[in-house]
Design a protein around this ligand. Structure first.
Ligand code: PHE
Length: 362
């Protein structure tokens, strides 16, 4: 008996749908295998074209869906969607893996930075030029065995003047343009860091070697090179048998280290400071032209570095040290002037002005 048309149709559908299920499964296996085995962008792309492309295997199955009955569409539509999603997901995952590997490989090949890459604006602070030079000075003095100390900025007449051999009515007091805080209590703003000499003598026993970097005040009109406050560096050595030769050698070593020039020479002239005897003014060969003559040294080849001398016996006595046993030397120089020279700062008001635009250059 011939099978009825209906039965035949039924059989055909079973065969077709059976084979569609098989095809879906087979294409999924093939596609996932192709993706898995792809190791380069090209291999992955060819797998994509074959299976996920516009005329690829999955698209062909989608096309076949169009000719099917509503029931078949209901059954196979979701199955085909799942197939497509599974294959697409596998492709995407593989693609990002390959991208990463390629980036890594490129980075290893090149091993360098992209200098044009964007860097966010970082508002980090900078170190004030004073602090930079003070750190430098302290390192030098530490390496030479000096201790770093400081004293109060509000001082008494005794430490600032009398103990330093500048008794009341001494004309040298006029040179200091003092800010008096309370005359009757003899309180003032220290006019120099030599105050630290007496304080050290009172609290330490020789041998003493100290360095002080500190702020001092003078009642002066302000201009490009003067301010009512500035900074000084003071150093002092006290021991048995300290002589002018020690002062000259010590001063030269310190200034050579400070300017980082091993051939820097010093020259001395007589100078008057009541707390030293003999007193000298120290000049150095201009560190900017090595003594040849430039605008900084006004073509002389020399620059004034500071005052120095052998500590006056009266000063040792004021500090409670016997001048018959001990002697010492002291050196003082303008730290502010040094900072301005070193960084080429033309106006002291810039250095003391706290303008961030100025300070962030350091
Ligand atoms: N204190 C002196 C000044 O301010 C400098 C100085 C220090 C001179 C030590 C000699 C010795 O001018």
């Amino acid at each position: 008996m011939l099978p009825s048309t209906e039965a035949l149709d039924f059989e055909r559908i079973i065969v077709t749908t059976n084979s569609l299920d098989t095809q879906i499964a087979s294409i999924q296996t093939q596609c996932l295998t192709a993706i898995e085995q792809a190791h380069t962008t090209q291999q992955l792309e060819s797998a994509r074209v074959t299976f996920l492309g516009r005329q690829g295997e999955i698209a062909k199955l989608m096309d076949a869906l169009k000719g099917m009955s509503v029931e078949q569409k209901k059954e196979f539509g979701p199955k085909l969607n799942t197939l497509k999603q599974n294959c697409q997901a596998a492709f995407d995952e593989k693609q990002s893996g390959i991208d990463q590997k390629q980036l890594l490989a490129a980075a290893q090949r090149e091993q360098n930075f992209d200098v044009s890459a964007y860097i966010p604006n970082q508002l980090t602070g900078t170190i004030h030029p004073y602090t930079q030079i003070i750190e430098h000075i302290e390192n030098i003095f530490n390496s030479m065995g000096f201790t770093i100390t400081d004293g109060p900025e509000i001082e008494t007449d005794f430490y600032n003047f009398t103990a330093l051999n500048i008794p009341p009515d001494h004309p040298a007091r006029d040179l200091h343009d003092t800010f008096w805080l309370a005359h009757e209590k003899n309180l003032l703003l220290r006019t120099h860091t030599s105050t630290a000499q007496i304080r050290a003598m009172q609290t330490q026993k020789p041998p003493i070697a100290l360095c002080v970097n500190g702020r001092v005040y003078r009642h002066e009109a302000t201009d490009a090179t003067h301010d009512f406050q500035f900074m000084q560096t003071e150093c002092m050595v006290i021991d048995k048998g300290i002589s002018m030769a020690n002062l000259l050698a010590g001063t030269q070593s310190i200034l050579r280290a400070l300017f980082e020039q091993s051939n820097l020479e010093i020259r001395v002239r007589p100078g008057y400071f009541p707390f030293v005897e003999p007193g000298i003014e120290v000049d150095i060969t201009c560190p900017f032209c090595q003594g040849k003559g430039c605008s900084t040294c006004k073509r002389t080849g020399w620059i004034e570095a500071g005052g120095a001398g052998l500590i006056h016996p009266n000063v040792l006595k004021s500090g409670g040290i016997d001048p018959n046993i001990y002697s010492g030397w002291a050196l003082g120089f303008g730290l502010t002037r040094l900072v301005m020279l070193k960084y080429g700062i033309p106006d002291i008001r810039l250095l003391h002005g706290n303008s961030l635009n100025f300070l962030k250059q350091f």
